[in-house]
Design a protein around this ligand. Structure first.
Ligand code: AMP
Length: 358
C-alpha cells in the first residue's frame, strides 16, 4: 500500500521505517528542507496548509495519516472525501484546542484538573478565585513541549502572565501536585479492535519529556488508564495510535492531554514491545488489526535533547536512534532505549544513560 504521511519529522521517519518493514511505501509532506523522514521516502516540500501540495500527496497514495497535530483540519476536510485519512479528523480537531479536549474528557467521564476559560486579564482574576493558586495558564492552540505556558503562583503575576502568553485564547488550569506522570498508548483498527500498551511512566523537565519507563507496575492504575483510553478510541471511532497523558495523584488519574498520533513516550516500544507503536499505527491505518502489544521485559527511554554527546555514541549503552537533525538547544535529536529483565536493572541502565547524555 502507498501511505501518505503529513509531517516528515522523527515520528514520520520511524513510521516510515515501520511501514517499509511491513511492505508499504511512504510519501511525505513537510515544509522543512531535509527533514528526518527524507531517509525513508520522497518528501513534497510545502507548508502544511498548501492545498495543492496536499492534493498532490493524496493522489499518490491509498491512505493518509499525520505525525503532527497542528495540521490545519480545514485543509484536509475535502481531501478526506477522496482518500481515507486516519486518525479521524474529528480527533485532530479536538486535540488542537485545549478547551475542546477538556470538554471531551468531561463528556467521557474521564477526570481532569479544574480549569477556567481565559480571554482577558479579568478572566485570569476570575480563574484565580474559581480554581485557586497556583495555576498554569496555557494557550488553547498550538502549544507543545510546555511552550505557551505560564505558572501563576500569586495574583500579582497576572499582568506578567498576560504579557507572556496572553492576547490569544487561553485556559487556566489547576496546578496538579502529581505523584508522577503516565501515558496510555493504544491502537484501534477500522474493525474496532483495540490493543493497548502497558502504562508508561514519564519524566519531564522544562515541559519536555526526558525519560520514559515501562511498564508501570500497578495493575489497578493500568486498568483505569486503559479504560479511559478505550473510551476515547471508541467514542471517536478512532483508527490508528492515540496517546493519552495523565497525572497520577494517589490512586487517581487526571487527564492532561491527548495526541492523535504516535507519541514520544511510546518510542521504547520499538525495542521493548512485541510490536512497536509505529508498526501498530501503520497496521491499523492500512486496514489491518493491531498486533501484539505485549512487553516481555522492562524498557527505559532517554531523549537526546539539544545535542548527541560523543560519549552517548561511544558508550554502547542501549540502542541509539539518531534522527539526523541539526543540533539546537531544546530540540529532540534522538533517543536511547534500554531493555532489561527486571525493573531494577532497567532503572540502573536508564540512570546510567541519563548520566551519559547530561
Ligand atoms: P503539557 O504541554 O500540557 O503536556 O504540559 C507539559 C508538562 O508541564 C506536563 O507534562 C507537566 O509536567 C507540566 N504540567 C502541565 N500542566 C500541569 C498542571 N496543571 N499541573 C502540574 N504540572 C503541569
Amino acid at each position: 500500500m502507498r501511505i501518505g504521511i503529513i509531517g516528515a519529522g522523527q515520528l514520520g521517519q520511524m513510521l516510515g521505517f515501520a511501514a517499509r518493514e511491513l511492505g508499504h511505501e511512504c510519501f511525505f509532506l513537510d515544509p522543512a528542507e531535509r527533514p528526518p523522514a527524507a531517509r525513508v521516502g520522497p518528501v513534497i516540500q510545502a507548508p502544511f496548509d498548501d492545498s495543492v501540495a496536499l492534493s498532490v500527496l493524496a493522489e499518490k497514495v491509498d491512505v493518509m495519516t499525520y505525525e503532527f497535530e497542528n495540521v490545519p483540519v480545514e485543509a484536509l476536510r475535502d481531501l478526506g472525501k477522496t482518500v481515507p485519512i486516519y486518525p479521524p479528523l474529528e480527533a485532530l480537531r479536538l486535540a488542537q484546542d485545549r478547551l475542546d479536549e477538556k470538554q471531551l474528557f468531561a463528556r467521557l467521564d474521564i477526570p481532569l484538573p479544574g480549569y477556567h476559560v481565559v480571554d482577558s486579564p479579568d478572566d485570569l482574576h476570575a480563574a484565580c478565585d474559581a480554581i485557586g493558586l497556583p495555576l498554569v495558564v496555557k494557550t488553547r492552540r498550538l502549544g507543545y513541549d510546555g511552550k505557551g505556558q505560564f505558572v501563576l503562583k500569586v495574583k500579582d503575576q497576572i499582568d506578567e502572565a498576560w504579557e507572556a502568553v496572553g492576547g490569544v485564547p487561553l485556559i487556566a488550569e489547576q496546578w496538579v501536585p502529581f505523584d508522577y506522570e503516565v501515558s496510555a498508548i493504544g491502537a484501534r483498527s477500522v474493525h474496532g479492535d483495540i490493543a493497548a500498551y502497558c502504562l508508561t511512566h514519564n519524566e519531564h523537565a522544562g515541559g519536555i519529556l526526558r525519560v520514559s519507563r515501562a511498564p508501570v507496575d500497578d495493575e489497578a492504575l493500568t486498568a483505569k488508564a486503559q479504560a479511559y483510553l478505550s473510551r476515547m478510541l471508541e467514542h471517536l471511532d478512532y483508527v490508528g495510535v492515540l496517546a493519552l497523558e495523565l497525572f497520577v495523584v494517589g490512586d487517581e488519574l487526571l487527564a492532561n492531554e491527548f495526541a492523535p498520533r504516535v507519541h514520544n513516550s511510546g518510542h521504547w516500544t520499538i525495542e521493548g514491545a512485541e510490536t512497536s507503536q509505529f508498526a501498530n499505527h501503520v497496521l491499523t491505518v492500512s486496514g489491518s488489526r493491531p498486533a501484539s502489544t505485549a512487553v516481555p521485559g522492562h524498557a527505559g527511554m532517554v531523549n537526546l535533547i539539544g545535542t548527541i554527546p560523543d560519549a552517548a555514541r561511544a558508550s554502547g549503552q542501549g540502542t541509539l536512534h539518531d534522527y539526523g537533525k541539526a543540533p539546537r538547544p531544546g530540540r529532540k535529536l534522538g533517543h536511547i532505549t534500554v531493555v532489561a529483565d527486571s525493573a531494577a536493572e532497567r532503572d540502573v541502565q536508564t540512570a546510567a544513560v541519563s548520566e551519559t547524555v547530561k
